[in-house]
Design a protein around this ligand. Structure first.
Ligand code: CMX
Length: 133
């Protein structure tokens, strides 16, 4: 893994959360993007080398809606940048981690992504992401 690429934060209302994070971080979001396959709308802030991804659900069935129902708003996942997502996935699987998808999926912000189940990663939903080159 190379670095923390972003931290995902589940929010109820993206517009309100954007205002809060703009005030908190002193910068504006650089992009808003819908990820239809995940039923979310995302908003990204760049803070140094890392990004903050705000996630608002677009469907009651989405992982974000379920998370907010259970735990409320807050940190949802940590995403690590990787150079070669296929080999990282293979290596994690061999070590016993539970991957939530067999092949990388297209995520927000021009990334190939794969999630690792929180139950196999110390209670933290973990995402691998590789820039689409
Ligand atoms: N962090 C830590 N624990 C989590 C979690 C999270 N984000 N989401 C769920 N859990 C825990 C729950 O608390 C629960 O624990 P207990 O059994 O101890 O109560 C357990 O995992 C199962 O939770 P659940 O509500 O029944 O949820 P599901 O099993 O239906 O789904 C998960 C959990 C991780 C498989 C699902 O959320 C998932 O597939 N996530 C990956 C996709 C995703 O999160 N997409 C949204 C972001 C997209 C993006 O970044 O673009």
């Amino acid at each position: 893994m190379e670095k923390i690429e972003h931290i995902g934060i589940a929010v109820k209302n993206l517009v309100e959360a954007e205002k809060t994070y703009t005030a908190l971080l002193g910068i504006s979001p650089y992009k808003r993007e819908a990820v239809e396959s995940e039923h979310v709308t995302t908003s990204f802030f760049k803070i140094g080398e890392t990004k903050i991804e705000l996630l608002e659900s677009t469907s009651p069935e989405s992982a974000i809606a379920k998370f907010i129902d259970k735990k409320g708003e807050g940190i949802h996942h940590i995403a690590y940048a990787v150079n070669d997502i296929i080999s990282e996935m293979k290596s994690l699987k061999e070590q016993g981690f539970t991957l939530l998808n067999e092949t990388p999926k297209k995520g927000a912000d021009n990334k190939l992504i794969c999630f690792v189940h929180p139950k196999s990663a110390g209670g933290v939903l973990t995402e691998l992401c590789q820039e689409i080159r």
